[in-house]
Design a protein around this ligand. Structure first.
Ligand SMILES: [Fe+2]
Ligand SMILES: [Fe+2]
Length: 281
């Protein structure tokens, strides 16, 4: 591993240097290892942080999860699962740091989460909530790069436009790693399960995902669909191609794709309204 890359990895894996709310998440991590801990106990810990709870409930009621009416943290844990709630705590805390600068990326992330859920349901896949969450978090590495390497981020954006290359390529050229790998490191440092960390780490390289390729393929397709629709801001100047392995893994065909594009358009109106509402206060 190069110097730059290992230095960045060290910074990211050291949770103390991350601008999040580690006390609650660390407590949750230690509890989930202990089989005796109940959902009620975990819910009590999360609920002790009111700002965080409010953010989690808001996301739990977002279009990414198909509009449940979730009003308490313990209901969110029962309906969405402990890992999903933990991921929502993580993503909302990290995105909160970026605030207004990251509206475009927030819109992109929520849209990918929503469409990932749509695809998962259409294909009758299990664990739709996990897939939606992986979609919501897939570009979290970009947020981390922007927080941890703000100078490099400017170079990355400049390169993408000057050389007309993908963000991944510009990132590798500038910091010897990319947002997918950084997202993978982050999910490991937060003890997220492989079913979330693999789609995050391999959403631009579906073949690299070994244990959860179906989930990774869904997130990849959702990402491409949202880029192609021009919704939000993924940071790309042109649309990445659908990887054949993703298409084959999900056994997609032209007809399913056409239906997905139609259904996506309807859903995006909901996502847009949700984002406007969120940014409103
Ligand atoms: Fe990405
Ligand atoms: Fe993306």
């Amino acid at each position: 591993m190069t110097d730059k890359r290992s230095k960045l990895r060290r910074i990211i894996m050291d949770t103390r240097t991350l601008p999040t709310l580690p006390s609650v998440i660390n407590k949750l991590n230690s509890l989930s290892d202990n089989e005796k801990s109940s959902i009620q106990e975990m819910a009590k810990i999360v609920s002790s942080d009111q700002v965080l709870s409010a953010r989690i409930l808001r996301l739990a009621n977002s279009p990414s999860y198909g509009f449940y009416r979730v009003s308490t943290i313990s209901n969110a844990m029962i309906l969405l699962g402990v890992n999903v709630v933990k991921s929502l705590a993580l993503s909302s805390s990290i995105f909160a740091i970026m605030e207004k600068d990251s509206i475009g990326l927030w819109e992109h992330s929520l849209a990918v989460g929503t469409v990932a859920n749509l695809i998962a349901r259409k294909l009758g896949l299990p664990e739709c909530e996990e897939i939606a969450t992986a979609g919501l978090l897939h570009d979290i590495g970009k947020v981390i790069i922007s927080i941890k390497c703000s100078e490099a981020e400017k170079d990355i954006i400049r390169l993408v436009h000057e050389k007309r290359i993908y963000t991944m390529e510009a990132e590798r050229e500038t910091i010897d790693t990319d947002h997918a790998e950084v997202g993978g490191w982050l999910s490991k440092s937060w003890f997220l399960p492989d079913k979330l960390s693999e789609p995050i780490a391999f959403h631009h390289d579906v073949a690299g995902s070994v244990n959860h390729r179906i989930k990774t393929a869904v997130v990849h397709i959702a990402d491409v669909l949202i880029c192609a629709g021009g919704f939000g801001n993924s940071g790309e100047t042109f649309v990445p191609p659908v990887q054949k392995i993703a298409w084959d893994t999900l056994k997609l065909n032209e007809q399913i794709l056409a239906e997905l594009v139609d259904e996506t358009e309807d859903k995006l109106v909901e996502v847009k309204n949700f984002c406007l509402e969120m940014m409103g206060d």
